[in-house]
Design a protein around this ligand. Structure first.
Ligand code: ACO
Length: 428
């Protein structure tokens, strides 16, 4: 029997259906609320209690620390699949067959070039520009060079736009890095895998042969998989809401990049290392910073700790902690900043304030550590996150289009001035 929820407003009772997801999650369907009640709405800043859509892409259970893409556990995917297979599964719904994967890979390789004129746009940015701003702008600029990417009313047009952005985004990310480092811009080598090719585009020095390192390739592959989707987070919701106006894929992704930039979201991995460096500069006293994090009068927060939905542990952090230990061990890295990270991690896990509030290291705590160990500059951490999140954004955008979702347009409760007489400039 279908369940309902009853709401009483000013003595009148209203019934709303309760819908159930495939993992038995319940939601009160309030689509009819305003119509039935004559304009009563709900208010939920930060959307902590609000589902914005029904989605078949990612399941996560924050209490139990479960994360699955298309039903596959993040643990299995991180161990057994590579990033491109995971991207395919996220976007198209199932793990690819060998043939499907080969086609996807080849179609991406065929599009892995960027118009030479994009280099002139990149040239216009100062070297000091944050690469997230550069990436967001260049992704938007790609629309001008690929006007057909906007017409995505057919599945085939969508596929072409998807392949193009999957192909060109790693080039733009590597270029944003090379520009900052004063290195010549380079195109990839299509004999290499997606991740290896990206790393070569990032790090190849003009005067040296590029030497591949499997430890680094595997660690980055894993990190990209772990970041590939996370259901309706801030940047993904942004991608869906921008796409809901029927803006094209590239415009929606560009908006997602901007949303991801913030330190409370994707920018946290950069903020983690900046915090660790600041602690080191200040004498390395982790206890002092633990105290600041707990002091309500102090705005300081321990970056890389806490999560909006994971309130026991972040399953991605568990996997990546092992990878971080391996990378540091295998590469023989000794770094006082990373020692501070270890110290903070140990103290926070035992500290009552953090235990009571269920604040655990999140994926960004460890991803920042790995990126630093691999010699990736701090400001490139969030672009690395964006590269990983790209398939998730694409999948969510595609789902939103295929489900023909309405334009996203939340309501508000107005708390400003009521009607006021207009006063002429001289009378104010
Ligand atoms: N350091 C110190 N205290 C914290 C922290 C932290 N990192 N995070 C939360 N708290 C405290 C809050 O002050 C609050 O305390 P109170 O109950 O005494 O008032 C309590 O824990 C709950 O915090 P909220 O901000 O309400 O939790 P919310 O779910 O809204 O925020 C967030 C989650 C934004 C991730 C927060 O934990 C935070 O700012 N963390 C640091 C930034 C960070 O690492 N972001 C990355 C998120 S992961 C990602 O985007 C991939």
């Amino acid at each position: 029997m279908s369940q309902t929820a009853t709401l009483e407003v000013n003595g009148n009772k209203y019934e709303f259906p309760i819908i159930k997801g495939s993992e038995q999650e319940l939601a009160i369907d309030i689509k009819a609320l305003r119509g039935a009640t004559g304009g009563v709405t709900t208010i939920d800043p930060g959307y902590k209690n609000t589902g914005s859509c029904q989605s078949a892409i990612t399941f996560l259970n924050g209490e139990e620390g479960i994360l699955r893409y298309r039903g596959y556990s993040i643990e299995d995917l991180a161990e057994k699949a590579d990033f491109l297979e995971v991207a395919y599964a996220l976007i198209f719904g199932d793990l690819p067959t060998k043939e499907q994967l080969e086609k996807f890979n080849n179609d991406i390789k065929a599009e892995a070039h960027v118009d030479e004129d994009v280099k002139r746009i990149l040239d216009g940015f100062p070297k000091s520009a944050h690469p997230m701003g550069v990436l967001s702008s260049l992704t938007s600029a790609l629309i001008a060079f690929n006007p057909s990417s906007v017409n995505v009313d057919s599945e085939e047009d969508m596929y072409q736009a998807i392949v193009k952005i999957m192909a060109k985004f790693p080039v733009l990310t590597a270029w944003a890095h090379r520009k900052r480092m004063g290195m010549p811009l380079d195109y990839g080598d299509d004999s290499l895998g997606y991740v290896e090719n990206f790393l070569k585009m990032m790090f190849k020095k003009p005067n040296q042969e590029y030497k591949k390192n499997d430890i680094i390739i595997n660690a980055i592959d894993k990190l990209l998989i772990l970041h590939a989707d996370h259901e309706q987070n801030c940047s993904t919701s942004t991608v869906r809401i921008v796409g809901s106006s029927h803006a094209g894929l590239f415009a929606s992704i560009s908006a997602g990049i901007s949303a991801l930039w913030g330190p409370l979201h994707g920018g946290a991995n950069q903020a983690v290392i900046e915090m660790l460096e600041a602690i080191k500069e200040d004498g390395g006293d982790t206890k002092k910073y633990m105290g600041k994090a707990k002091d309500k009068a102090d705005p300081f927060r321990l970056m890389g700790f806490g999560h909006r939905v994971y309130k026991n542990f972040d399953p991605r952090a568990k996997i990546i902690k092992v990878a971080a230990d391996e990378v540091l061990g295998d590469l023989g890295i000794v770094d006082p900043v990373l020692d501070i990270a270890k110290g903070l991690e140990q103290e926070a896990l035992l500290d009552q304030y953090f235990v009571d509030r269920k604040l655990y290291p999140n994926v960004d705590f460890y991803s920042g550590i790995i990126y630093r160990a691999l010699g990736i500059p701090t400001e490139m951490f969030t672009p690395m996150f964006a590269l990983g999140r790209l398939p998730g954004w694409i999948a969510q955008w595609r789902e939103m289009r295929l489900r023909k979702e309405p334009i996203g347009r939340p309501r508000q409760i107005y708390i400003g001035e009521t009607f006021r007489e207009f006063k002429n400039l001289n009378d104010r």
